[in-house]
Ligand binder design. Structure first.
Ligand code: PAF
Length: 297
């Protein structure tokens, strides 16, 4: 595929043969052209500041499409008024290098008004799955996610898209939206990618001081301990959640937002673990909000 390298997006001197599209109309034209040649586009939607988790999703597209693409867009409508939109980490030049090395050919990286032009007023709500867990602390967050993901699917014309399971509720919301609205996109969900010490990879980890990063390990450790207890026969969800809370509370740098054990399909809280279930956590470590989850059954 011919590359189209313009100099405005990257000025470090390195030439990256990856196509970067900023304008939505151009992305739509590119998608239509691919489709007219019977070529399938695979998409990894991201908000940039990429880590190995994103790149592992790019690998999951191997053999699933003809052109691998990513989007980089820090979606303003999924951030609440007091959240970290303006300080969300960004480094597009680095992202493009990483994507190119991972075999990505096209990046849709629009400015906000290309996605939300004046007059925009249509939103997608996945009514029940958007409510629990993060939804109760971040009102409007999943409405923002579902809306932008549907737009990204429509604009890129992707036939397959990959998402990570660290954002488990997001994955469930998107799966429901795709089913409910007959969106012709195959979804692939990749496992949570962790650092060697267990910390789930996240663009927000960059905010952590060394001390906070050490504290953040309690998140994955408490989840692993919970999974072990469950495998050993402890199926009492309240007790398992209380044990996770106790571990997190023992560290003064951690403030718990929620610790919940939920049915993996409905995301509703359960008492007894008798069918597929997840333990899910959201905490603040210092000023940084981190989430993680683990499959218990
Ligand atoms: O997971 C993310 O990075 C974002 O929520 C997504 C799916 C790219 C939508 O903005």
């Amino acid at each position: 595929m011919q590359s189209d390298v313009s100099s405005d997006w990257y000025n470090s001197g390195a030439i990256i043969p990856i196509k970067v599209i900023r304008a939505t109309a151009e992305m739509s034209r590119y998608a239509a052209d691919l489709q007219s040649h019977g070529r399938r586009l695979g998409l990894v939607p991201t908000m940039g500041y990429l880590h190995k988790g994103h790149l592992s999703l790019m690998n999951l597209l191997d053999g699933q499409c003809d052109v691998k693409a990513a989007s980089i867009f820090v979606n303003p409508i999924q951030f609440g008024p007091s959240e970290d939109l303006s300080r969300y980490p960004r480094d597009e030049a680095r992202d493009l290098e990483l994507l190119e090395a991972a075999g990505c050919e096209v990046v849709y990286s629009p400015p906000p008004d290309e996605v939300y032009p004046p007059g925009f007023q249509t939103y997608v709500e996945v009514e029940e799955l958007q409510r629990p867990l993060c939804g109760s602390f971040r009102p409007g967050h999943f409405r923002g996610v579902a809306t932008v993901v549907l737009k990204l699917f429509n604009v890129t014309g992707c036939s397959v898209a990959a998402f990570g399971q660290k954002d488990f509720q997001q994955a469930m919301v998107i799966r429901r939206m795709v089913a409910d609205l007959n969106v012709p996109v195959k979804l692939i969900f990749g496992p949570t990618i962790r650092e060697s010490d267990g910390l789930a990879m996240s663009s927000r980890n960059v905010y952590l001081s060394p001390e906070e990063r050490a504290s953040a390990l309690t998140i994955s450790r408490s989840l692993f301990a919970s999974r072990e207890a469950c495998s050993a026969g402890d199926k009492n969800a309240r007790k398992l959640a209380a044990e996770i809370e106790k571990a997190l509370q023992s560290d003064s740098r951690i403030r718990i937002e929620y610790v919940d054990i939920v049915d993996s399909e409905t995301l509703t809280a359960i008492e007894k673990i008798a069918r597929p279930a997840r333990a899910a956590i959201a905490v603040y470590v210092g000023k940084t909000r981190l989430i993680d989850n683990i499959e218990l059954l």
